[in-house]
Design a protein around this ligand. Structure first.
Ligand code: DGL
Length: 276
């Protein structure tokens, strides 16, 4: 049975990620959709997903969807690139008509197809995202003549999580990765990981403004906005700002403190031990 009915507009958007990095996507969504209530789940017990097997990520994703469905989410946004690569198809099948499922890969693929037809585009992400080849397959399917050059950059996410995103150590790591011959001759670079918006400035500085640096979180947020409007699912303004909930599968004070760097303000994390 189809999902469209007017009361769905008041239901929240579920957003999930391997940890708190997906808050960059949640933040971009809440900026363009200020009336939407968000239920965020960060699987901090299993982070990082970037080094996990496809089967493991799929098992985590299904369990997280159970929680988000219990919370009556109208849309489930897989905010994590690694989980989008490993589990989108499976999650969509699992969720069926109970909610709409969106990922962070398709909006970027569509954007690249529209803006970079016939050109060479680079992409950086975790090992899971890059080795899955999902971006390459989807971009090739567009048949737009885009040549994709991808590079796994596994040091970047843990580096950013440790607060190293605006100093010389981060600068060295970024420079080393971006100087890799795999990324030679690109005209734009896709930041295909939740954490990378935090180093967008350094990446842009490395390229001295010569190449466009595509922040996936903005492209995804614009896609979610369009999707809700086109499907009659967008929330109407309420009497006050929406009350979001932020759950994590493992709580530490340091996760909570790090929400500030990813969400722009510190938010309260509720411990929801899905795996106990
Ligand atoms: N959220 C992950 C992604 O976007 C990065 C962190 C991790 O490896 O779990 O790929």
């Amino acid at each position: 049975m189809a999902l469209l009915s007017s009361d769905l507009t008041t239901r929240p958007i579920g957003v999930f990620d391997s940890g708190i990095g997906g808050l960059t996507v949640a933040r971009a969504v809440s900026r363009v959709l200020p009336h939407e209530r968000l239920v965020y789940f960060g699987d901090t017990a299993h982070l990082p997903y970037g080094d996990k097997s496809t089967a493991a990520i799929q098992a985590y994703a299904v369990k997280i969807c159970d929680l988000l469905l219990k919370q009556q989410c109208k849309v489930i946004l897989i905010a994590c690139n690694s989980a989008s690569a490993a589990a989108y198809e499976l999650v969509r099948e699992y969720v069926g008509s109970k909610a709409r499922v969106l990922n962070v890969i398709d909006p970027i693929v569509a954007h690249v197809g529209q803006q970079y037809a016939g050109r060479v585009v680079g992409l950086i992400g975790t090992k899971q995202t890059v080795n899955s080849n999902v971006y390459r397959k989807k971009i090739d399917d567009l048949d737009a003549g885009v040549q994709l050059r991808s590079l796994a950059t596994p040091l970047l996410a843990p580096m950013i999580e440790e607060g190293f995103f605006d100093n010389s150590i981060a600068g060295n790591v970024i420079e080393t990765y971006l100087s890799n011959p795999a990324l030679e001759d690109i005209e734009a670079l896709v930041l295909a990981c939740t954490h990378y918006p935090l180093i967008k400035q350094q990446i842009a500085a490395f390229y001295q403004g010569q190449k466009e640096v595509l922040d996936a979180s903005d492209v995804v947020a614009a896609h979610v906005q369009r999707y809700l409007t086109e499907n009659g699912l967008a929330a109407r303004p309420g009497s006050g700002p929406p009350v979001h909930h932020f759950y994590v599968s493992d709580f530490t004070r340091s996760f909570e403190e790090s929400t500030r760097i990813f969400f722009g303000q510190q938010v309260h994390l509720e411990h929801y031990p899905l795996w106990e």
